[in-house]
Design a binder for this molecule. Structure first.
Ligand code: CA
Ligand code: CA
Ligand code: CA
Length: 424
C-alpha cells in the first residue's frame, strides 16, 4: 500500500515536471532574447516586445516586464505565436549627417552617372511613386511638400459632402484615418515631419527641382511617400516593420531604405522574416549598404552577414538592390562604404552630395544613405523608359547597365551608369 502511494505521487510529480518543462521549452522556442550579444542587450527597448503571429501579422506588445511577457502573455497566446523577441532600437546614422553647407565637388554625381542621358530623353520619373522610409521630410520645404504622392483614397469629397482629407474617417479602409501624405510611425500621426534632417536630405536627392546648378534631384517628377519611423533615438524593429508595411499598402513602386547600418538590426530574427515577404510584392527595395564599422571602415557584407547581418542591406531579396558608395576624388569606393560580391549589387556616388536639409538649408553629405536614393530615383527613370517591365525586369535592366570596373567589389563589379541604360 505504501509502495503504491509512492508510485502514484511519484507519477503525478513526474507528470507535472513534464508539463512544466514542455511549456518552458515552447516559450524558449518562440522567444528569442539574443542576450549573449552586447549590442543587442544595449539596444533592447525595456518592456517592449514584438510578436510574429501565425496569422502573418507582426505587432508590438508593450507595458509589461519581460518576465510577465514570457510567463503570462506568451503562455496565454502560445498557440497563435510563431516568434517573439525584444523590440530593438534602430537609429539614424547621425555620424553621417553633415553640418557643412557647401561641397567642393557639388554636382559631381550627375556627371559621374551621366544623368543627362536619361533626362535628355524626357525621363524625369513621372508617374512613379517612391516611398522614403526614413526620418520624414521638412513639411515647410515647398519643393519637397509638392512632391508628395497624396493618397488618392483620402482626397476629394465623401458622401456627406465633407473633405476626405480631414473628415476623421479612414476613407480607403487601409487602417489609417486621413493618411493623406504619409505616416509618422514614431508619433503615430499622419504628418511625417522631419526633426533630424536625414530624410529631407535623402528625399531631396531624389526629387529636388532643377533650378539650382548643383542640387538637382535624380527624378524630379517622381512622387514620394514620406514615412517617418526613426530619429536619433526612437526608431525600432516595430516601427521599421510598420514603415515598410505602409509603403506596400500605399502601392509604392520603389521603397528607399537608407538605414540599418548599426548593430541592432542583426539582433532581430523577425525583421528578416518580414523582409522576405516583400519578395511577393510588386515593388523594389533599395537599401544602403551601410557605412562601415565604428571607425568608419567599410565592411565586407558577405562576411559580416554570416554573423551580424545588417538589415535590410543583408536581406538579399530577389526584388532588392543594395547600394554602396563611390567617392568623387578617387572615383573608387568611399572608404566607409560596405561592399561584397554577393550582398551589394552596385555602387553609386555617396560622398560630397549636395542636399537640402531642415529649414530649406543645404548640406554636403557623405554616406551610403545618399547612394541608395540615386538608385531609387534612377529606377523611376528606368520605369519611364520601360513602362511594361515588372520589378525583377527593371532591376535586371539597371544591373546589366553598370559601368564595369573590376576593383569594385560588388555583384556587378560596377557602378551606376545612366548612359548605358538608355543605349540598350
Ligand atoms: Ca486611410
Ligand atoms: Ca479621411
Ligand atoms: Ca508627426
Amino acid at each position: 500500500m505504501r509502495k503504491k502511494m509512492f508510485f502514484i505521487v511519484g507519477l503525478l510529480f513526474f507528470n507535472y515536471l513534464v508539463i512544466s518543462c514542455d511549456r518552458t521549452n515552447n516559450q524558449v522556442e518562440v522567444f528569442d532574447d539574443n542576450r549573449s550579444n552586447k549590442a543587442c542587450a544595449e539596444n533592447k527597448i525595456p518592456n517592449e516586445f514584438i510578436v510574429q503571429w501565425k496569422s502573418g501579422k507582426i505587432s508590438k506588445v508593450d507595458g509589461m516586464s519581460q518576465q510577465y511577457f514570457v510567463n503570462d502573455f506568451l503562455t496565454q497566446n502560445l498557440d497563435q505565436v510563431v516568434k517573439a523577441e525584444p523590440n530593438y532600437r534602430i537609429t539614424v546614422d547621425s555620424s553621417k549627417i553633415s553640418t557643412q553647407n557647401s561641397c567642393n565637388q557639388a554636382g559631381w554625381h550627375h556627371e559621374d552617372i551621366q544623368s543627362q542621358a536619361m533626362w535628355g530623353k524626357g525621363h524625369f520619373g513621372d508617374n512613379v511613386v517612391i516611398a522614403v522610409t526614413d526620418t520624414g521630410i521638412d513639411f515647410n520645404n515647398p519643393e519637397l511638400f509638392n512632391s508628395i504622392a497624396k493618397n488618392p483614397g483620402e482626397v476629394g469629397v465623401d458622401e456627406n459632402g465633407n473633405d476626405k482629407e480631414t473628415n476623421n474617417i479612414d476613407d480607403d479602409n487601409n487602417g489609417y484615418v486621413d493618411d493623406v501624405y504619409g505616416l509618422d510611425a514614431l508619433d503615430q500621426d499622419m504628418i511625417p515631419n522631419d526633426e533630424v534632417g536625414h530624410g529631407t536630405a535623402v528625399t531631396s536627392t531624389i526629387v529636388a527641382k532643377h533650378d539650382h546648378p548643383f542640387l538637382k534631384g535624380i527624378a524630379p517628377n517622381a512622387k514620394i511617400i514620406p514615412i517617418k519611423f526613426l530619429d536619433n533615438f526612437r526608431g525600432s524593429t516595430a516601427t521599421a516593420v510598420k514603415a515598410i508595411e505602409y509603403a506596400i499598402l500605399r502601392g509604392a513602386d520603389i521603397i528607399n531604405a537608407s538605414w540599418g547600418g548599426n548593430d541592432s538590426t542583426s539582433c532581430s530574427t523577425i525583421l528578416p522574416d518580414f523582409l522576405k515577404t516583400i519578395e511577393q510584392k510588386q515593388t523594389i527595395l533599395v537599401a544602403a549598404s551601410g557605412n562601415g564599422d565604428a571607425l568608419g571602415r567599410g565592411l565586407n557584407l558577405d562576411i559580416v552577414s554570416k554573423t551580424f547581418p545588417i538589415y535590410p542591406a543583408s536581406a538579399n531579396l530577389k526584388n532588392q538592390i543594395t547600394v554602396g558608395s563611390i567617392s568623387p576624388l578617387s572615383k573608387k569606393r568611399s572608404s566607409f562604404s560596405n561592399y561584397g560580391e554577393n550582398s551589394v549589387e552596385l555602387f553609386a556616388p555617396g560622398s560630397q552630395i549636395l542636399t537640402q536639409v531642415l529649414d530649406s538649408k543645404m548640406a554636403c553629405e557623405d554616406g551610403t544613405s545618399f547612394s541608395a536614393p540615386l538608385v531609387s530615383g534612377t529606377l523611376a527613370l528606368v520605369m519611364n523608359a520601360y513602362p511594361d517591365l515588372n520589378p525583377i525586369q527593371i532591376k535586371k535592366v539597371l544591373l546589366d547597365s553598370t559601368k564595369k570596373d573590376k576593383d569594385f567589389r560588388n555583384l556587378t563589379s560596377g557602378t551606376l551608369d545612366l548612359q548605358n541604360i538608355i543605349s540598350e
